[in-house]
Write a protein that binds this ligand. Structure first.
Ligand code: SF4
Length: 508
């Protein structure tokens, strides 16, 4: 669900949006932070904002996504580095460029599809999210807003005079509502809330109640592609549009629909064994990576090889090699046939792969005499399974054991969301490919908590709707937002559901 809050300066929208997000367990999207982060990235790469070509090239390879810690840029959560005065000035500067605004508006729309989100600003309901499920336009009298601003300033030790602030706000209102680019005005279908003389708590309660009334399905805080998959799919699409012949050995991500879409765009999936002669075209390396021997073969056969291995996966490969160089025997906790584990073990001279549920005492016996042992994990394994194995090994082995938890943060967050949904819903729908390891893991988690987990790939897999009760919805990291939105639309429009467990209301 998306909530858009707009309103003039001083109407309290940012404080209110953050409190509503906390109240409802929604993600607050700080659109200003995105301008700051982009400005900082450009500055770090010495790209001038007026150089539209260089900026576009950089933006083309920039990935924003959502995590429990808020917005991430290229897989890294935004931190204090974007809060300096210097970055603040850079961000006001970059916001003047219409091509940057258009790019970030698109990014904000994409983020809004990744879960339950709340966004505030001056053109969110009208320009950024015109199809938000709930639109609020906050307002307050000019005098009230001037009073609030005066209080804010005096709390921070700054002196100001009421009439000056009043005329500044009047001036700003005039500019905001008459500017050419996205003028400030309420969306036609927004709910107007006047905050004059009303406490913040009352407004937060009112907006939360409106949202609960409209929310019909519990959606996980973050759904859709993770950073690594988003990057691989987008880069592959750009290459396919270039007109060159593009090849891959195997599925570049674990999602049938995505693979079919890429095939329709021209992606040729070939068997490595059939690669004997030189071929014209570009080979891409999947998000899970491939082993060095296979990569060498690709480089011999194709004109060019583009590596789309997720950088987080790549870091795990490098860690494993470093650990081996430092004299450790490397134990990989993962699925033997998973492409990431195959790619990882192909980089090691000596290793052991351990799967969840194996006889761990036998593993301890087999590791006897290895000296220094380093344990790492496939990035998409379950944290509980990894802890169970590593605790057993540390507690029972006489060797020197070091544990490196290399499970990706995104998959850890989805695990905790699956648990949350299992607590509040009767049926948890898990959308994702049948061969996606992280999707199957979510299904297992829900099942172990005694709730009905429904692993589906598309609408056709849904059972009779009346049998699902309260619905929770989550996805694996290779599931595109469009697939999730289709299922969400179908559920919300076709069936009568219990809204957030508080009241029944007919769909429609
Ligand atoms: S889940 Fe895997 S592909 Fe996705 S960001 Fe994490 S490590 Fe990368």
């Amino acid at each position: 669900m998306r909530i858009a809050i707009d309103g003039p300066a001083g109407s309290g929208k940012s404080t209110i949006a953050k409190l509503v997000a906390r109240n409802l367990d929604f993600v607050y999207i700080d659109t200003g932070a995105m301008y700051r982060a982009l400005a900082l990235k450009a500055a770090c790469n010495s790209i001038a904002f007026e150089d539209e070509q260089a900026m576009s090239e950089m933006m083309n390879h920039t990935y924003f996504s959502l995590s429990e810690q808020g917005i991430t840029l290229d897989g890294v959560p935004l931190g204090e580095e974007i809060r300096t005065r210097e970055v603040s000035m850079l961000s006001s500067d970059i916001a003047r460029y219409p091509y940057v605004r258009a790019y970030l508006t698109e990014q904000q729309r994409n983020l809004s599809k990744q879960g339950n989100v709340i966004m505030e600003g001056r053109d969110i309901g009208t320009v950024v999210l015109p199809d938000a499920e709930l639109k609020i336009f906050l307002t307050a009298s000019v005098e009230e807003r001037a009073k609030r601003r005066l209080m804010q300033l005096s709390e921070s030790g700054q002196r100001a005079d009421f009439s000056t602030i009043l005329s500044e706000i009047e001036e700003r209102d005039r500019n905001d509502s008459t500017r050419e680019l996205a003028p400030l005005k309420p969306a036609e279908d927004s709910i107007l809330l006047d905050t004059t003389g009303v406490t913040i708590e009352e407004i937060v309660e009112k907006i939360s109640a409106l949202a609960i009334k409209r929310q019909r399905t519990y959606l996980a805080r973050s759904v859709g592609f993770c950073y690594g998959v988003d990057r691989a799919v987008n880069e592959a699409m750009k290459l396919l549009k270039s007109g060159k012949r593009i090849f891959a050995t195997g599925e570049i991500v674990h999602n049938e629909r995505v693979i079919n879409l890429l095939r329709d765009m021209g992606l040729e999936i070939v068997n490595e064994k059939d690669l004997q002669e030189r071929r014209e075209g570009v080979a891409i390396i999947r998000a899970h990576g491939i082993d060095p021997k296979s990569e060498k073969k690709l480089r011999e056969v194709f004109d060019e090889v583009i590596d789309l291995t997720c950088p987080i996966v790549y870091n795990v490969f490098s860690l494993a090699v470093d650990l081996q160089t430092q004299g450790n025997f490397v134990v990989v906790f993962g699925k033997k046939n998973h492409p990431e584990v195959v790619a990882l073990s192909g980089r090691l001279r000596e290793y052991m792969i351990v799967e969840p549920g194996e006889d761990y005492q036998t593993i301890v016996n087999r590791l006897s005499g290895k000296g220094k042992i380093a344990v790492i994990s496939q990035t998409t394994m379950s944290c509980d399974d990894f802890s169970e194995f590593s605790d057993f090994l540390v507690g029972n082995s006489k060797e020197q054991v070091s544990i490196y938890n290399t499970i990706c943060r995104v998959t850890v967050e989805r695990e905790s969301e699956a648990r949350r949904l299992a607590e509040i819903a009767d049926t948890v729908i898990v959308i994702g490919g049948r061969n996606s390891s992280n999707t199957r893991k979510l299904v297992d988690i829900v099942g172990k908590l005694g709730k009905h987990a429904l692993h589906i790939q598309d609408i056709r897999d849904l059972p009779e709707k009346s049998k699902m009760g309260k619905i929770g919805l989550i996805s694996g990291t290779s599931t595109p937002y469009e697939q999730i939105q289709n299922i969400l639309d179908y559920i919300e429009n076709e069936r009568e559901v219990t809204s957030n467990g508080r009241e029944n209301e007919p769909a429609g």
